[in-house]
Ligand binder design. Structure first.
Ligand code: NAP
Length: 500
C-alpha cells in the first residue's frame, strides 16, 4: 500500500485545513481497503476565503502580460511531463480506470497545458474597419473576474485543466472544486500550480462535497462565472441558480450517446467501434455509448459477435497492463447500473449478457461489474433507452432505415456524442446534418477528444459553451473599442455630431 496523502485546501498560496477540521476519505474503487488519502471537508466559510483570495489577486493577475501568464502555464507543462508516470498511476488508483487510460488522462492534460501556453503568443483580438475613415475599431477580449471550476471525477486531471487554464490565460482568477471522489488528483494538480510559480490567490482549491463546498461557490456573490462539468441534474440546477443571480454559467453535462451502424457498414469497424464506445472506462465517459443503433440487415450477424467480444473483456484492477475494464467509481455507480439493468428488463429487453456485480476473488473489495447487453426495439417511453447509465449497460437497437436510426438517436433529452459507421459519404453527411450532437465521428468510436477541438453537447448535454479549446469564449467578454484619429467628431450611420 502506498502512503496516504493528506490533501489540503489551497487559499492565497497557503495550505489550509477546513474551518470545521473535518476530513473525508478517498478510496481506491478497485480495492476499497486502500485509502488513497483524506481531504478537508469544506463549507461556506472556506469557500468564502478562497473566493476572496481570488478576488484580491484578480487586478494584479489581469494586469500581468498575457505572455508572462503563458510562461507560468508553460512551467506547469514541464512539471506535468516530469510527473507523468506518478500522476497516471494516481489517476488509476483513485478513479479505477486502467493505467493506459490513466496515462491518456494525464497526456491530455499535458496537451491542454502546452496548447494554452502556446495560445499566449497567438493573436486574440480583431481589427475591423469603421464606417468612418479616421476611426480604428477593435474587438478585444477581456477577462470576466473570478471563475469557479467545478469538475467530475472521471477525468480528474484533464477536465480541470480544460477549464482552469483558459480561464487563467485570459486573466481571470480561479477557485477549483474537484470531485469528492478524486480529491487527491486535485491536490496533486494544486501542488504543481504552486511549484510552477503562480502568484498567491490566482489559483485556489477547495475540497468537499457538492452540497457543502460546490453550492456556496455557485452562490458566492464574488464569483462571476461558473464553469461546471458533470451530470444533467446538477448542471441544470446550476444554470437555474446562476440565472437567478444574473451570473454566467457554462455547463457540460451527460449524454445518451450512440454508435449508428448503417446497412453498408464495415462490420469489423462497427464491432471494434461499438466495443470501445460501450466499455472503455467501464462506460463511465460522458461520450460512452449505451446504445448501438443498427440496421436490421446487419444486426443478426453483428449481435453474436458483439456479445462474444464483450464476454472476453478483461475486468480487473487497472494497474494491471492487460485490464480493459476497471471498476465503477463507487457503490452509487453500481446501484445506478443495477437500476438501469432492471428497468431494461421491466421494459421488455431481450437480455443477451446478464452482467451483474462481481464479488469473487480479486473483485471482492472493489466496485466491479460485468457488461450488461440486451436487444430491444426503440420505445419513446423507455427509461433504459433514454437515460444515461454511466456504466457498461448496452442496448442493441435494430432499425429499418437511416431515417429511423436518426429518429432513435435524437429521441433523448441529450445531444453529446454520435458515431456513424458507413462506407458511403452521402449517408454520413445526411446523419451528420440530422443528428443532434456536439462531438461527431465517422468510422470511429463515440469516444476520444483532442484539446484543440471544442468539446461539448447540445440539448440536455450542455448550454452552448463547449470546453477545451472553446472555453476561451466562455471566460471572456468581447468588447468593441473605437479610436478617433480625426480632430473632429464624426458619427456612424450619418448621425449628426453638431451641437446647437
Ligand atoms: P456530478 O455528480 O454532477 O458532480 C460533478 C461536480 O459537481 C462534482 O464536483 C460535484 O461534487 C459537484 N456538485 C454536486 N452537487 C453540486 C451542487 N449542488 N452545487 C455545486 N456543485 C455540485 O457528476 P459526476 O458523477 O462527478 O460525473 C459524472 C457525470 O459527469 C456524468 O453525467 C458525465 O456524463 C458527466 N460528464 C460530462 C462531461 C462533458 O464534458 N460533457 C465530461 C465528463 C463527465 P461532489 O461529487 O464532490 O459531490
Amino acid at each position: 500500500m502506498m502512503k496516504q496523502v493528506q490533501a489540503m485546501n489551497l487559499i492565497r498560496g497557503r495550505w489550509h485545513e477546513s474551518a470545521s477540521g473535518k476530513r473525508f476519505e478517498s478510496l481506491n474503487p478497485a480495492d476499497t481497503r486502500e485509502v488513497i488519502g483524506t481531504a478537508p471537508w469544506s463549507g461556506a466559510s472556506d469557500v468564502d476565503a478562497a473566493v476572496r483570495a481570488a478576488r484580491e489577486a484578480y487586478p494584479m493577475w489581469k494586469a500581468m502580460s498575457r505572455v508572462k501568464r503563458g510562461e507560468l502555464i508553460d512551467n506547469l507543462a514541464q512539471l506535468i511531463k516530469r510527473d507523468l508516470n506518478a500522476l497516471s498511476e494516481l489517476v488509476t488508483r483513485e478513479c479505477g480506470k486502467p493505467i493506459n487510460e490513466g496515462r491518456a488522462d494525464v497526456v491530455e492534460a499535458l496537451h491542454m497545458t502546452q496548447y494554452v501556453a502556446g495560445m499566449a503568443r497567438m493573436p486574440h483580438g480583431e481589427i475591423i474597419d469603421s464606417e468612418i475613415a479616421e476611426k480604428d475599431a477593435y474587438i478585444l477580449r477581456k477577462p470576466k473576474g473570478v471563475v469557479a471550476c467545478i469538475t467530475p471525477w472521471n477525468f480528474p486531471v484533464a477536465i480541470p485543466l480544460w477549464t482552469i487554464l483558459p480561464s487563467l490565460l485570459e486573466g481571470n482568477t480561479v477557485v477549483f472544486k474537484p470531485s469528492e471522489d478524486t480529491p487527491i488528483c486535485g491536490h496533486a494538480l494544486a501542488e504543481l500550480f504552486v511549484e510552477a510559480g503562480f502568484p498567491p490567490g490566482v489559483f485556489n482549491l477547495v475540497h468537499g462535497p457538492g452540497e457543502d463546498a460546490g453550492d456556496p461557490l455557485v452562490h458566492h456573490p464574488e464569483v462571476d462565472v461558473v464553469v461546471f462539468t458533470g451530470s444533467y441534474d446538477v448542471g441544470r440546477y446550476i444554470i437555474q441558480e446562476c440565472a437567478k443571480l444574473h451570473k454566467f454559467a457554462a455547463v457540460e453535462m451527460g449524454g445518451k450517446n450512440a454508435v449508428i451502424v448503417l446497412d453498408d457498414a464495415n462490420l469489423d469497424i462497427a464491432l471494434h467501434a461499438a466495443i470501445l464506445s460501450a466499455f472503455k472506462t467501464s462506460g463511465q465517459r460522458c461520450v460512452s455509448s449505451n446504445r448501438i443503433i443498427i440496421h436490421e440487415k446487419l444486426e443478426p450477424e453483428f449481435t453474436p459477435r458483439f456479445v462474444e467480444l464483450a464476454q472476453r473483456i478483461n475486468i480487473g484492477n487497472g494497474l494491471r497492463e492487460d485490464t480493459f475494464m476497471g471498476p465503477l467509481i463507487n457503490e452509487q455507480g453500481v446501484q445506478k447500473y443495477l437500476y438501469h439493468n432492471q428497468k431494461a428488463i421491466e421494459e421488455g429487453a431481450e437480455v443477451l449478457l446478464p452482467g451483474g456485480v462481481l464479488k469473487e476473488g480479486e473483485y471482492q473489495y472493489g466496485h466491479f461489474v460485468a457488461p450488461f447487453v440486451y436487444r430491444m426495439r426503440h420505445r419513446a417511453d423507455s427509461f433504459a433507452l433514454k437515460e444515461e447509465a454511466f456504466s457498461p449497460h448496452v442496448a442493441i437497437i435494430p432499425v429499418s432505415d437511416i431515417d429511423e436510426a436518426i429518429h432513435v438517436y435524437n429521441d433523448t433529452k441529450y445531444g453529446l456524442a454520435m458515431a456513424v459507421i458507413t462506407e458511403d459519404y452521402r449517408k454520413w453527411r445526411y446523419v451528420r446534418d440530422n443528428c443532434e450532437f456536439g462531438v461527431g465521428y465517422v468510422n470511429l468510436p463515440s469516444i476520444g477528444a483532442e484539446v484543440h477541438l471544442p468539446f461539448g453537447g447540445v440539448k440536455g448535454s450542455g448550454n452552448g459553451h463547449p470546453s477545451a479549446s472553446a472555453l476561451f469564449d466562455a471566460v471572456t467578454h468581447k468588447v468593441a473599442f473605437t479610436v478617433n484619429h480625426s480632430t473632429e467628431i464624426k458619427m456612424a450611420q450619418g448621425l449628426s455630431a453638431k451641437i446647437g
